[in-house]
Design a protein around this ligand. Structure first.
Ligand code: SAM
Length: 252
């Protein structure tokens, strides 16, 4: 195999460990919006006698317990004790965070914005959530100030900078005063020289928009300007590296 071929297959493995398959994007926005395929993933999880969440965490990502550890941190921070009545999740994919969120609290309404139709249909059928139409990076079917908890996990490092920015403004708009926003981004906290070397040497995948970084300070300042304060930040595994989960609260 050539050096370029080796780099490409290393990158493919890394992307698969990060939770999705390497498929060339066809969107004009240029983000990585293709997710792991529905049927083969469900079949493989069944064959391994694992839930789809555990299959993704343990087998595909090589990070057993990763989803649960983020949920545990959020519980410790009181995110679920606030008993969110309306939850909105961007890019739930297989629903690994969605399922665990529903084990922690009982919202009467759970909206999702998900571009992968087979997964969105599965989540609607399995968890009775409401799939909203995805138009660009907007949450325009959701009214202002209507959601108690808005979350997105492992999504913004797959979108372009502009896509993430557009969603940030929308997340702020739909959050109710006193409500929370939780999402992870690849901040400077996650980008040591060693980690950058890992990413750089496995680059050239044809998806140069992944992983996309987002400065922590930029997020904190933006949400402060939108009436949110940062409650907490903690690291969560992303394949061989990590992202930083940020928890914001809107002024009541
Ligand atoms: C890396 S996956 C993460 C999935 C899930 N949150 C998890 O951690 O397993 C990114 C998800 O975002 C979805 N996605 C991509 N572009 C999107 C967009 N513009 N709006 C909503 N979801 C999007 C993908 O289909 C995929 O489900």
């Amino acid at each position: 195999m050539t050096a370029a071929g080796r780099a490409k297959s290393g990158a493919k493995r890394l992307l698969e460990r990060a939770g999705f398959q390497l498929v060339r994007s066809t969107t004009p926005q240029g983000g990585v919006d293709d997710f792991i395929p529905f049927e083969p993933t469900m079949r493989a999880a069944r064959a391994a006698s694992l839930s789809v969440c555990d299959y993704i965490d343990e087998v595909m990502n090589g990070t057993p317990g990763a989803t649960q550890s983020t949920i545990d941190e959020l519980r410790t921070l009181g995110v679920f004790a606030a008993m969110p009545d309306t939850v909105l999740e961007i890019g739930p994919g297989s629903g690994r965070y969605l399922e665990k969120t529903l084990e922690e609290c009982s919202p009467t309404r759970y909206e999702i914005y998900e571009t992968a139709e087979p997964w969105a249909n599965y989540l609607v059928d399995t968890f009775r959530v409401i799939a909203q139409p995805v138009t660009g990076f907007s949450l325009d079917t959701t009214p202002d100030n209507s959601v108690d908890l808005v979350q997105a996990h492992k999504v913004f490092n797959t979108l372009t900078f502009l896509g993430a920015c557009r969603y940030f403004f929308e997340m702020a708009r739909v959050t109710r005063p006193g409500g929370r926003i939780v999402f992870d981004v690849m901040t400077e906290t996650c980008l040591t020289p060693e980690t950058m070397h890992v990413w750089a040497t496995r680059g050239g995948t044809g998806h140069d928009s992944f992983p996309s970084a987002m400065p922590r300070r930029t997020c904190v300042d933006l949400f402060a300007a939108l009436d949110f304060s940062l409650e907490a930040g903690f690291l969560a595994p992303l394949g061989v590296a990590s992202t930083e989960v940020l928890v914001f609260k809107k002024t009541a």
